[in-house]
Design a protein around this ligand. Sequence first.
Ligand code: CP3
Length: 355
Amino acid sequence: MSKLKNDTFLRALLRQPTEYTPVWMMRQAGRYLPEYNQTRSRAKDFLSLCKNPDLATEATLQPLDRFPLDAAILFSDILTIPDAMGLGLYFSTGEGPKFERPLHNERGIRDLVVPDPNVHLRYVMDAVSQIRKALNNEVPLIGFSGSPFTLACYMVKGGSSTDFATIKTMLYQRPDLLHHILDVNARAVTAYLNAQIEAGAQAVMIFDTWGGVLSHAAYHEFSLAYLKQIVDGLKREHDGAKIPSIVYTKGGGLWLESIAAIGCNAVGLDWTIDIGEARHRVGDKVALQGNLDPAVLFSNPDTIRAEVGKVLHSYGWGNGHVFNLGHGISQFTLPENAAAMVAAVHELSRQYHCH
Ligand code: CP3
């Protein structure tokens, strides 16, 4: 196995020394890039793009061709798992994801089975190995999945939600049914992430986008417990290299200590929490990833540089910080503003590291 040319991102996740703070952006491949929109128009739609390893590889590399990012992330979606379970994922323009066969009754829930990732999600594993080849060991590749709870939100509703009434009704009326879905999902996510690691993913991230809508008690019982089940089952090494894991709960700032205690290497932060305070709270248990407000990128290069400086200053001196946005980059972002953010992180962060 040849050596990674830039392993700054992996070292930061393991809280080892780096010369600067590594940076990547959630949703770095996407509609704010004109070249992405071109690639997508060559596929039939977004899902066909995900299912075509050549095009998924092309989309993954696009942001890296533009910006000196320290990591690549697999181009795919979190909803590939429920699709592989037979729910029939499709994207209708302007309306987000939808399922043809959502979990609307107990029978459907009891019939759920864990898909074999190397069969039903073969296209994802093919994309991972193809992307690894194309990256040529320049930067590491991040694999990812949704959290069991976040996937369940879409599976019971059949699409996006604003009030989470469907999932919360089930949570309080039939907690047994929701626990069953979450257990199947946790086993599916574990197998899926381990298959991505086998195929070449060098770090993995779990997106718990909707955990933050839960009450304190419900978050621990219905989201965090299953995140822990996954982290417990993840491969920690592959090909002689450590495989760090990142857990991101949007709105999870209140539960930082509990998240840091489940055994992941890093915790992803949204923009609502002060990263210095977060660092103080987790101590040396985990690395932190985040947490610039994505809306900062709607401003201008001077403001972006100043806001990047504030996040770096708040984290302070030393290791264990991966710079990122607090959530995905908006489709309305100007690519030159993303470039200004990446440059500012690389430049301004050197003063916080040993040389
Ligand atoms: O970060 C990356 O560049 C990797 C690719 C990636 C996508 N989705 C591509 C995508 C990742 C990591 C995701 C994760 C994802 N998908 C999450 C969790 C992270 C988050 O943003 O909170 C969620 C909740 C989804 C489900 C999903 N996929 C939704 C709700 C939508 C529609 C909303 C929207 O932005 O349009 C998608 C579609 C989607 N996933 C797009 C992309 C580039 C846009 C599709 C298009 O091209 O039209």
